[in-house]
Design a protein around this ligand. Structure first.
Ligand code: TYD
Length: 206
């Protein structure tokens, strides 16, 4: 089974990925967790370029291509083999992040972004995708706490960007059966329970 987690920054998906991994380990299942961008030596190098604050001149198109290149390597080197060897693969972000962030967020042509993602992931289409939804105001609150920046220093352009990304995720969730939208304002144990229920339902059905 291949499960992906999506959502805005600070939505709590990394915590949910950890809790789900623990659930499967406790059940003695073979499980692999990957993080995007990254997950292979080549992909981690691309991650460093993407997240390096010195690279502020990076064009949106370059950013999209680098995320996609990193993903393609991860699919070919790790994901496909792991699925074939009956591992449960859990990914903290995957191709939907590029559709939401680079497509809806940065405004790159959605058809093109989607086609590029299909090219990059090939057969590795997730079975289930959890969208952990929190309001943009909550992102700002959590961000200002972690980064110790004042709320009013977070520019409008960044807020607009997050609104577009969230709207994109909501649209994708409503138009694709693979998605499950979960309220990220719920306590983390409750979110974890919902996720496990959904996954066990899926596993019983196959
Ligand atoms: P990540 O390390 O997952 O950060 P977080 O744990 O806060 O979600 O992702 C880093 C940033 O990269 C995050 O702001 C989302 C962004 N991103 C994209 O814009 N496109 C992508 O395809 C991916 C995978 C991430």
């Amino acid at each position: 089974m291949f499960v992906t987690f999506e959502g805005l920054d600070f939505c709590g998906k990394s915590t949910q990925v950890e809790l789900l991994e623990k659930y499967f380990i406790d059940k003695k299942k073979k499980v692999i967790v990957i993080r995007e961008p990254g997950g292979t030596p080549i992909s981690e190098k691309i991650r460093d370029i993407l997240l390096d604050k010195k690279n502020s001149e990076m064009a949106d198109e370059t950013e999209l291509l680098l995320f996609s290149a990193s993903r393609s390597q991860l699919v070919n080197q790790t994901i496909i083999k792991s699925i074939e060897n009956n591992y449960i693969v859990i990914s903290d972000r995957f191709h939907d992040s590029s559709i939401a962030y680079q497509g809806y967020g940065r405004g790159i042509d959605l058809d093109f972004v989607t086609k590029l993602q299909n090219f990059a992931i090939g057969k590795a289409v997730p079975d289930m995708t959890f969208f952990i939804d929190i309001p943009v105001e909550e992102v700002v609150k959590r961000m200002s706490k972690v980064k110790k920046i004042e709320l009013d220093r977070i520019e409008n352009s960044r807020l607009d960007f997050y609104h577009r990304v969230r709207d994109g995720y909501i649209f994708m969730t409503e138009n694709n059966k693979r998605f499950r939208k979960i309220d990220g304002m719920l306590p983390k144990d409750e979110v974890n329970k919902i996720i496990i229920t959904e996954i066990e339902r899926f596993r019983k059905a196959i």
